[in-house]
Design a protein around this ligand. Structure first.
Ligand code: F42
Length: 144
C-alpha cells in the first residue's frame, strides 16, 4: 500500500489532519476567511505516495473545480503534475468522500465559464491571476 506523505508546509498538513481526523467536521475553511475547503487525495507522480491537498471548494453541479493558484506563486503547484500523470482522485467535502476523475481544462470557453465560478467562490483568485505571469491551470473533477 502507498504511504501517505504529508505536505511539507505545516499549516497545510495541520489543516488536512484536522479536517480528516474529525471526519470532516472541523478545519473546513481557509484560515479566517470562513470560505469552505475540500481535501483532494491523489498519487505523487514521482514518489507514488498518497498526497493530500486542501483546495478551495468550488463546485459546478456535481463536479469540483480545482484551481492551481498556489497564492499567485511564480511556479505551478506540484499537484498539477501529479494530476496530469494520474487522473484518479478522491475528494473529501466535509463528511462525504467521492471517487472522481479529473481532466485539465484547455478549452477557452470552458475555462472562462469555470473561472467565473471560481472567482465567485473565492474572489482572491482574480488577484492571484494578476500577480503571476504563469497560466493558472484549472482541472475539473467529475464523479466516476
Ligand atoms: N492551493 C491552490 O493552489 N489552490 C487553492 O485553492 C488552495 C486552497 C487552499 C485552502 C486551504 C489550504 O490549507 C491550502 C490551500 N492551498 C491552495 C494550498 C495547497 O494545499 C497546496 O499546499 C499548494 O497548492 C501547493 O501545492 P504543492 O503540491 O506544490 O505542495 C507542496 C507544498 C508540496 O506538498 N510539495 C511536496 C514536497 O515534498 O516538496 C511535493 C509534493 C508532490 O506532489 N511530489 C510529487 C510526488 O511524486 O510525490 C512529485 C511532484 C513533481 O512533479 O516533482
Amino acid at each position: 500500500m502507498a504511504v501517505y506523505m504529508p505536505s511539507p508546509r505545516e499549516w497545510v498538513r495541520n489543516q488536512v489532519a484536522l479536517y480528516e481526523g474529525s471526519g470532516g467536521t472541523e478545519g473546513l475553511t481557509l484560515r479566517d476567511t470562513g470560505l469552505p475547503v475540500v481535501i483532494v487525495t491523489n498519487r505523487g507522480n514521482k514518489t507514488g505516495a498518497i498526497r493530500k491537498t486542501p483546495l478551495m471548494r468550488v463546485v459546478d453541479g456535481a463536479n469540483y473545480v480545482l484551481v492551481g493558484s498556489k497564492g499567485g506563486a511564480p511556479e505551478n503547484p506540484e499537484w498539477v503534475y501529479n494530476l496530469r500523470a494520474d487522473q484518479d482522485v478522491e475528494i473529501r467535502d466535509k463528511a462525504e468522500v467521492f471517487k472522481m476523475r479529473v481532466r485539465e481544462i484547455v478549452d477557452e470557453a470552458e475555462l472562462d465559464r469555470l473561472w467565473e465560478i471560481a472567482i465567485e467562490a473565492y474572489p482572491p483568485y482574480a488577484d492571484y491571476k494578476l500577480k503571476t505571469a504563469r497560466t493558472i491551470h484549472v482541472f475539473l473533477a467529475e464523479p466516476i
